[in-house]
Ligand binder design. Structure first.
Ligand code: UD1
Length: 366
């Protein structure tokens, strides 16, 4: 039995790490790890491999950046040869990035079974490239590992055979639970509480320059009430350069380079609030009990709103300011920090990857 994993972009790494480890612990299974090279800066890739304790990839396809078609096609071409060479029994893909879609497409044409980790999430917003990637990857996958009940429902509604769907829980929470104690032991960044942590990188927020400018004005206003730490994604850095935005010296809106996994979860854990457009961060903040304000009109992770700490404010800076004002008022009164609430969402318990490993091994051998 030979399982080949395909990863490519930052949010893949914390999902793949626990699955690789769980399969290793399960017994003698050959595993191969292919990095597409979609993300290539050390701060977006290498440091995550180190901190998550992942093995070196067997091969890095080095595809780099490009338009969606260029990037997806480059991954498909390079991966096809790799799959001919390695001839795995099964390929595991993660999340919803272009590397995920490209790998699922290539495997399905080569008749190699595909397992999709984090299947079934839907924002129902086809303007998001990730939504297209999710829908197509799920349609092509033979095993669909879902993080929550709503994902199962989405897949069933799309007519996907129930026998392919396995509710296993959230692998991202596996990584968070394992490494949070390590992150807590490291000396914190020179950031004093209280602070709000901000991440923005969705094209709908950062490629629309007038809207990005409006968001930055709002963040500057919020920073008069509370310090803001904003690790800047490379896509966002390009946009900030285009509008020539720099934070004034001694400003309480602090723009910093992308953070490592441990630095980030350490800061996230103690933030008074997080403002984001990331999917994974909506999940992590829910687990940590940290209030999360999501600058998007919709979410593919509705459970973080119904059972967690997340609220959507859409493209409305008035709602964003008001949400933060409320959180700060409650936070300063000491009420907002909730206990870690893993138990609130079924199967977000640190053991999702073990469930996946058991099913993969059973399916591949049986
Ligand atoms: C990708 C994913 C997105 C995910 C995000 C996490 C897709 C369609 N999008 O978006 O779902 O949330 O990763 O980070 O797959 N760049 C660098 N260095 C890098 C990587 C990228 O400078 O290591 C710059 C390049 O200018 C590139 C731009 O960032 O053009 C965007 O990178 P890309 O991988 O195309 O998309 P992301 O915005 O990172």
């Amino acid at each position: 039995m030979h399982i080949l994993h395909v990863v490519g972009a930052r949010p893949n790494f914390m999902k793949a790490a626990p699955v690789l480890r769980a399969i290793t612990n399960h017994g003698p299974v050959r595993q191969t790890l292919i990095h597409t090279g979609q993300h290539y800066d050390s701060s977006m890739s290498e440091v995550f491999f180190q901190q998550l304790g992942m093995p070196e990839p067997n091969q890095n396809l080095g595809v780099g950046s490009g338009t969606h078609a260029q990037q997806t096609a480059a991954i498909m071409q390079a991966l096809e040869s790799v799959l001919y060479e390695y001839r795995p029994t099964l390929v595991v893909v993660y999340g919803d990035v272009n590397s995920t879609l490209a790998a699922a497409l290539v495997c399905s044409k080569l008749l190699i079974p595909v397992a999709h980790v984090e299947a079934g999430l839907r924002s129902r917003d086809r303007t998001m490239p990730e939504e297209i990637n999710r829908v197509v990857t799920d349609r092509l996958s033979d095993l669909l590992f879902t993080p929550s009940e709503d994902a199962d429902e989405n897949l069933k509604q799309e007519g996907i055979d129930r026998s392919k769907i396995h509710l296993v829980g959230n692998v991202m929470i596996d990584s968070l639970m394992r490494l949070l104690p390590v992150a807590e032991q490291r000396s914190p960044q020179d950031v004093t509480s209280p602070y709000v942590l901000v991440t923005l990188h969705r094209p709908s927020n950062v490629d629309d320059l007038p809207w990005l400018q409006e968001l930055l004005t709002t963040l500057s206003e919020i920073s008069s009430q509370v310090q803001i730490v904003f690790p800047v994604h490379p896509r966002t850095r390009l946009a900030l350069d285009q509008i020539r935005f720099t934070s004034p010296a001694h400003s309480r809106l602090r723009l910093v380079d992308p953070l490592s996994y441990l630095e980030f979860i350490g800061l996230e854990r103690h933030a008074v609030a997080v403002i984001t457009d990331s999917g994974g961060i909506q999940e992590e903040t829910t687990f940590l009990g940290v209030p999360c304000v999501t600058v998007r009109e919709n979410t593919e992770r509705p459970i973080t709103v119904s059972l967690g700490t997340n609220q959507l404010v859409g493209h409305d800076t008035g709602k964003l300011s008001s949400a933060i004002r409320t959180i700060l008022r409650e936070g300063f009164e000491g009420n907002s920090r909730k206990d870690i609430r893993a138990s609130r969402i079924p199967l977000w318990d640190g053991h999702a990857a073990e469930r996946i490993a058991r099913i993969l091994v059973r399916c591949s051998t049986g």
